[in-house]
Design a protein around this ligand. Structure first.
Ligand code: 9D3
Length: 246
């Protein structure tokens, strides 16, 4: 996959793209990144990328010309270019695992990141999609673009090992995960549940499923509405309600 990022802060991407999984994916040739500083495409002497709003009001808005020019330089003169353009914006569609899975199938993606401020409305015409990572205000679209890139990269075949890619399936059952334990068996008086040491795989499966349901019920009850629950799950939930005094 080729990822191009339009931003006036290309240095913000250097660290995240050069560590851990993303670093390895680049080294393996599974991903290529290019950052384009759209300030380089500003027309004015002072290289302004923003301006005051028509009609008045506080704050500045990103001007259309530098972003249009940068995108045209990236895509070349033709409209034949296949890369999907994603505008990072607080007004975008909420980002989910489903969005990540869909974007992970693309060959090329272009992210447009604003900083501090809003966009001139005409910039929206460049975008195939507009994405927000949640209802909180950040200083720019750069960290949100990194969040989207990080989550979709790990879904590209070959980026994660075999074991880790199976784990993607478990997210799709829509529940929070059961508790996990590693050695030692006892740590500062806290013991690993006996069932996990039993070697009884059916018992372990049942315990894990029930504890996944318990955690989801206690922390994210709304997820259970959408989950596909078996008769066994219903029985576990009744037990959980009794155990938790609900
Ligand atoms: C006063 C209006 N502001 C919106 C609440 C303007 C504004 C502030 C900050 C517009 C953009 C930004 C910077 N944020 C992003 O560009 C952004 C973002 C976010 O702040 N939260 C969640 N997802 C995203 S994606 C891009």
């Amino acid at each position: 996959m080729k990822i191009t990022i339009l931003t006036i802060f290309p240095e913000m991407f250097e660290g995240p793209l050069s560590a851990s999984i993303l670093k390895r994916a680049r080294e393996q040739g599974l991903l290529t990144f290019e950052t384009v500083n759209f300030r380089d495409y500003a027309l004015s002497k002072h290289k302004n990328v923003d301006d005051i709003p028509f009609g008045g009001g506080a704050g500045m808005l990103l001007k259309p010309e530098p972003i249009f020019a940068a995108l045209e330089a990236v895509r070349g003169p033709k409209e034949a270019y296949g890369g999907k353009v994603i505008l990072m914006s607080p007004q975008g569609a909420p980002f989910t695992q489903q969005t990540a899975a869909r974007l992970a199938r693309e060959q090329e993606l272009i992210f447009i990141c604003g900083h501090y401020e809003g966009f001139d409305e005409r910039i929206r015409t460049l975008a195939d999609e507009e994405i927000s990572i949640g209802d909180y205000v950040l200083t720019g679209g750069e960290l949100p673009a990194m969040v989207v890139i990080d989550s979709l990269c790990r879904l590209i075949p070959g980026v994660l090992g075999e074991a880790a890619s199976h784990e993607a399936d478990s997210f799709s059952d829509g529940l929070l995960e059961h508790p996990h334990y590693t050695r030692p068996r006892e740590f500062r008086g806290m013991e690993v549940p006996e069932v996990l040491l039993s070697g009884n795989h059916e018992e372990i499966r049942r315990w894990r499923r029930k504890e996944a349901l318990r955690r989801t019920w206690l922390r994210r009850r709304e997820l259970l509405e959408a989950a596909d629950l078996s008769r066994e799950d219903q029985k576990f939930l009744e037990e959980i309600c009794r155990e938790e005094g609900i």
